[in-house]
Design a binder for this molecule. Sequence first.
Ligand code: RP5
Length: 175
Amino acid sequence: MSQPSAPAVGILMGSESDMATMRRCAEVLDAYGIASELAVISAHRAPDLVRAYAMAARDRGLRVLVAGAGAAAHLPGVLASLTTLPVIGVPLAGTPLSGFDALLSIVQMPAGIPVATVAVGEMGARNAGHLAAQILGLSDPVIAAAIDRTRAAMREKVQLPEGFSRVHHPASPGG
Ligand code: RP5
């Protein structure tokens, strides 16, 4: 039996309540054939675990970290402070501010310690998977080819209307 490949992407989140959204990121990575791992490691409830995970990440073979958090949302920034692996932050909704709080918290990292911030919620979680794949694709032609195929499939779904060249454009008023 073949060994499962070691995860290249660590998908972290601040709470079990974030799991349903952050699984979308893992699904995108799965579709590209990229192994990932999911873990709940809160920056404010278990900062010791966040530190241990970040410090060991590169040696464990991880290449990109994706971190989702809601509310004050410190997890992506704290991870980025502890590793030079690229960190992608996913702001999550769930508070009365609907993720706007998390968005500002994650996106406004001071210069020198970047967090690549994606959209709030599921759309952002999915794009975090695509962006992580693109980072890995820089040095992995198999992943780069999988991304090209995915883009081509997206393009296939967008069509001009039948008979496009015969579409009538009325003259502008007074023209
Ligand atoms: C953050 O607080 C988590 O990322 C989560 O989005 C939010 C609420 O956490 P729970 O109260 O649901 O555990 O730390």
